[in-house]
Design a protein around this ligand. Structure first.
Ligand SMILES: [Zn+2]
Length: 410
């Protein structure tokens, strides 16, 4: 116990922004746990033999790893994923841990965490589960890794991996459950997440990009772009099964060398997305901030393929379509009146042609009179109550046209 607590203190020292979460975990000694594991109620189950064997600084890394599962709500997200994508898995509820669905989710959750937690006082242990094992990019979310790769190339080697239901949403036999002692309530869990997120936003220099993004999105989850864009692409091409490019589906020699791996796009060609951002004077900085969060989420939804995403900033006139390199460093210029029609025209002229146009706007714009030749998603940015336009007090903005899929952001 002494070594375990010393390791937690080391974790707090090198990752101060996670302190309140690390101290909130309740330790439960349990010899049936392979290493260390967490449940949804913020209990941390620990095998004493594992603590004895593992070096202290690496143990600190395990603390950070386990608490990351909880902050990132891998329990809730894993459960949701299983419900929506693995209907058979649900029927096996109560089946012994180790079945494939839960292991795949655990691996994907570990990818999401491990790509940026090591270094700076936390040495990377030899067996760390990293996206590079499957030649996948860093920086994606658990769900995106699950959609991108089948994980079957790893489930054999990683059968030992078990971070508890806190990592994948499936109960384990050793867990104390919702009625057991020392569990945190939903309100307490939310309070910890909120405190950690505020701490990171207050001192963004201390935390890596993945945690800053988490803090931005923890209480303002972005749109489910993968579904929005996926549906758009299918209907753009028309008919079931469309949107699949057969030449692209032929397994490449490169993926053949990595058993069980589907490289991004092999299941379905990710759509080429052109995002038109309304940068007119009526759009506030806070709205532009939300727009950038959505841009980052859109780029993740195409498997991190930034080359498939381009951005046009548009007020009364549209800028050129710029490829998305880093949404965070993107400069949005504008500030004039609003007319997104030029942005649409510019997007449709760009080459290669986009499969989907996403317009992020406060909605105070005239719309193209004709339906564009590709699908359109309009993200309406949250708009505070505005004062009446003095030059035209009767002005009422047009509602977005019926050919666009409209989602409200925020
Ligand atoms: Zn884990």
């Amino acid at each position: 116990m002494e070594k375990l607590l010393a390791a937690r203190l080391h974790a707090v020292k090198v990752r101060p922004y996670l302190a309140s979460a690390l101290f909130a975990l309740h330790i439960v000694e349990d010899r049936s746990v392979p290493t260390m594991a967490v449940d949804a109620h913020w209990r941390c189950y620990v095998n004493p033999g594992f603590v004895t064997r593992f070096p202290l600084e690496e143990l600190a890394g395990v603390w950070v790893h386990e608490v990351s599962h909880l902050l990132r709500d891998h329990h809730g997200r894993g459960e949701r994923y299983a419900r929506e994508h693995e209907p058979d898995e649900r029927r096996e509820k109560g089946a012994p841990a180790g079945d494939r669905g839960r292991l795949r989710r655990n691996i994907a959750a570990d990818f999401e965490i491990n790509d940026d937690i090591y270094g700076d006082g936390l040495p990377r242990p030899a067996g760390a589960v990293l996206p590079s094992l499957l030649r996948l990019p860093d920086g994606l979310l658990m769900e995106e890794y699950l959609h991108t790769a089948s994980m079957s190339g790893l489930t054999g080697d990683l059968a030992w991996l078990d971070c508890g239901s806190g990592a994948d949403g499936q109960d384990r036999p050793w867990e104390l459950g919702p009625d057991g002692a020392h569990g945190l309530s939903r309100q307490q869990r939310d309070a910890i997440r909120f405190r950690v997120a505020e701490g990171i936003k207050g001192r963004p220099g201390d935390a890596p990009e993945g945690w800053r993004r988490w803090a931005d999105e923890a209480f303002h989850p972005p749109q489910p772009w993968r579904q929005l864009l996926g549906a758009a692409v299918r209907s753009a091409v028309g008919g079931a099964g469309a949107g699949e490019n057969h030449s692209y589906r032929r397994p490449s020699r490169r993926s053949a060398g990595v058993p069980g791996v589907l490289l991004p796009g092999l299941r379905r060609t990710p759509p080429r997305v052109c995002i038109v951002i309304d940068t007119s004077g009526s759009v506030s900085d806070a709205e532009l901030g939300s727009a950038l969060l959505e841009v980052a989420a859109i780029s993740r939804s195409v498997g991190g393929r930034r080359d498939l995403v381009s951005v046009i900033s548009c007020d009364a006139a549209a800028g050129v379509a710029v490829p998305l390199c880093r949404a965070e460093s993107m400069e949005l210029i504008g500030g004039g009146g609003t007319d997104l029609r030029s942005g649409f025209a510019r997007a449709l002229r760009s080459r290669p042609r986009p499969d989907v146009i996403v317009a992020l706007t406060d909605g105070q714009t005239p719309w193209p009179s004709a339906q564009p030749s590709c699908r359109t998603v309009v993200g309406l940015l949250p708009r505070p109550a505005r004062t009446v336009d003095e030059e035209d007090p009767d002005y009422v903005p047009d509602t977005p046209p019926s050919w666009a899929r409209v989602v409200t952001i925020g």
